[in-house]
Design a protein around this ligand. Structure first.
Ligand code: XIL
Length: 339
């Protein structure tokens, strides 16, 4: 039977993000699914700073090594995620006081991590989420201490450590026109510096209502015009309400009490499944129309039970954002993407 990766073989890689359990092959069903359906993998958490670099001189590469070996063994395109990001940093990084120490951290971290997987990881998210919604630079520890030069520095260090690996900038909402302008400025800055950058990842955390199709298409075209590969790197479509005021709000609040916020605990209604399938169909039509510009479409997780959207931006909900359900069975959206 055809699978996602065979159906899109001529077009772009179809990827998924692996959890630690999946990397460790804890569950044969899900691992069979991963191997038959996907041609690319991303590490959902296991290559982030807090997972692999707990102290100045201490690295823990156990699971990360297994992740890379898994991809090589199964002939997949192996993505690294992410070298420089303001979240999921180890406490020692957040405690860094001086500019010089932070530069030293970047130098050590990137050369050690990217260097270890040189020739094995096929593409790295070198910098993740450096922009605010208005297109200005996020006031991360990196920007605050090093200014916007940290971007160029990161790409130059990554290129030095892994000369044959593709290097990407990755962010969410960069299909939105205002943030897109900021992203284009950022990408041009990196290019103009002489550093190498090969692609840009539009994360693709979208939701059932208000999928910005036109912005997505215009962004694919605009980024491609810069001479970059375009990727959708963390695709999922939330079916749950995401009120504006909750975006970025404290996720520890007790919203799970509120049934309106978590309406599908006993299963997803048919009408919602149909709507989700329609959204995925619309999206993949745009992707196929621009397949000459798109190198990879990666889902953020394999099945609905794994999805981070069960816990973001509100904890403990039951979401249905992916193409495989909680029993690893395909849903209507899968059928549409295959059709
Ligand atoms: C998420 C993971 O899916 C969660 O398991 C984790 O608790 C938090 O991070 N943007 C990114 C990803 O670049 O790394 C994030 O992944 C989701 C948003």
């Amino acid at each position: 039977a055809p699978t996602l990766k065979s159906a899109y073989k001529q077009d772009f890689y179809i990827g998924t993000a692996l959890s630690a359990d999946q990397i460790n092959e804890k569950d044969a069903d899900v691992n069979n699914l991963i191997k038959s359906q996907f041609s690319a993998i991303s590490p959902e958490n296991n290559l982030k700073c807090e997972m692999i670099h707990p102290k100045w001189d201490e690295y823990t590469f156990d699971v990360a090594d297994k992740y890379v070996a898994y991809g090589k063994k199964n002939n997949m395109f192996v993505v690294g995620h992410a070298l420089i990001w303001h979240e999921q940093l180890s406490p020692f990084v957040l405690a860094i006081k001086s500019k010089d120490s932070l530069s030293m951290f970047m130098q050590n971290h990137i050369s050690t991590v990217a260097g270890r997987y040189k020739g094995k990881i096929d593409g790295w998210d070198v910098v993740n989420e450096a922009l605010n919604e208005d297109g200005t630079y996020r006031k991360s520890i990196f920007f605050e201490k090093l200014g916007d030069d940290f971007l160029v520095t990161a790409f130059k260090l990554a290129e030095k450590a892994a000369p044959n690996t593709e290097l990407y900038y990755n962010d969410f909402n960069i299909e939105q026109p205002v943030k897109r302008q900021g992203a284009i400025r950022l990408l041009k800055k990196i290019k103009d510096s002489g550093a190498r950058i090969d692609g840009v990842g539009i994360q693709g955390h979208w939701s059932l209502d208000g999928l910005p199709l036109k912005d997505i298409e215009e962004s694919i075209i605009a980024y491609s015009k810069l001479g970059l590969k375009v990727m959708i790197t963390e695709l999922d479509i939330s079916v749950l309400p995401v009120p504006e005021k909750l975006v970025g709000a404290n996720v520890d609040q007790n919203f799970e009490e509120d049934a309106k916020m978590n309406p599908y605990t006993n299963g997803v209604p048919d009408s919602i499944q149909v709507k989700l399938a329609q959204r995925y169909e619309d999206l993949f039509k745009v992707f196929l129309k621009h397949k000459d510009k798109i190198s990879r479409v990666t889902f953020w997780g394999v099945n609905d039970s794994q999805s981070w959207l069960n816990n973001w931006p509100i904890k403990n909900r039951t979401n249905y954002p992916l193409l495989f359900d909680r029993n690893n069975k395909t849903n209507k959206a899968y059928d549409q993407v295959m059709a």
